[in-house]
Design a protein around this ligand. Structure first.
Ligand SMILES: [Zn+2]
Length: 249
């Protein structure tokens, strides 16, 4: 896949409308994955031999928390969305202290509250035990499912409402890679229903296709290669410029 940056053309960006319906994240130029892990995500997702399933789910709950937090940090100051949506999908499962479902929560509040609740759970030794001898509780599976549903909702909100900012910051490759890894993970361990992934099903199939291509033909990540490719691009441009100048004279 070409390494062309979507921001190669600022003119193109200026005319792009980022209303949710536009689905800017499906533009071919934005469908990029980190070369270093592309094609390896299914392998990185699977339960390693000898590893306890609960431990693996716990480790990944924490690891995805850190990665989702990085993405949130990029858009947090920009998010003034009135509700927690992703296109036509609305996520409403936050509860107040009395257990009453909250509705029409602004997206930023939904994200901040959810992440701080998850952080508390991850630190709670009765849910995520780290000390020898402590066991995982019976509700562990349900807790993990809710955590991953929340991660998905947050990334879906970013895709639908803040993708233009992610492009501006050149963070789309990281977002795509994290998202695809999350999708592989929730599918591998049946943490989400297929219908819950529906709002991003087009993106999922496109990224899976790209990743499968990488699996068949692993990319060579060589700095020298990239530099010489960039160099030859510059030389080609210089050549065509001088040809154009000659044809004018
Ligand atoms: Zn928002």
């Amino acid at each position: 896949m070409a390494l062309s940056s979507f921001f190669g053309s600022s003119k193109k960006l200026a005319t792009v409308n980022t209303t949710p319906e536009e689905k800017l994240f499906l533009e071919p130029d934005t469908l990029q994955l980190y070369m270093a892990v592309a094609g390896q995500l299914p392998r990185l997702t699977k339960l390693p031999p000898q590893c306890d399933m609960h431990e693996w789910l716990a480790t990944n709950s924490l690891s995805f928390f850190n990665h989702v937090n990085v993405q949130v940090g990029a858009i947090s100051a920009l998010c003034s969305c009135g509700s927690m949506t992703a296109g036509k999908e609305t996520f409403e499962w936050l509860e107040d202290k009395k257990g009453k479902k909250l509705t029409k929560t602004p997206a930023k509040q939904f994200i901040d509250t959810s992440l701080s609740q998850i952080h508390k759970q991850l630190e709670d030794e009765t849910i995520f035990p780290t000390k020898f001898g402590l066991e995982f509780p019976p509700e562990f599976g349900a807790v993990v499912k809710k955590i991953f549903r929340t991660y998905f909702a947050i990334l879906a909100h970013i895709y639908y409402h803040h993708f233009k900012s992610m492009l501006r910051l050149s963070l789309h490759e990281g977002l795509n890679t994290l998202f695809l890894h999350l999708v592989y993970f929730v599918q591998e361990f049946s943490l989400m229903e297929q219908r819950e992934l529906q709002c991003l099903d087009e993106l999922i199939s496109k990224l899976c296709e790209i990743d499968k291509e990488y699996t068949k033909n692993p990319p060579k990540v060589e700095t020298d290669g990239l530099l010489s490719a960039a160099q030859s691009k510059i030389e080609t441009k210089q050549k065509s410029n001088s040809l154009a100048a000659e044809s004018k004279t």
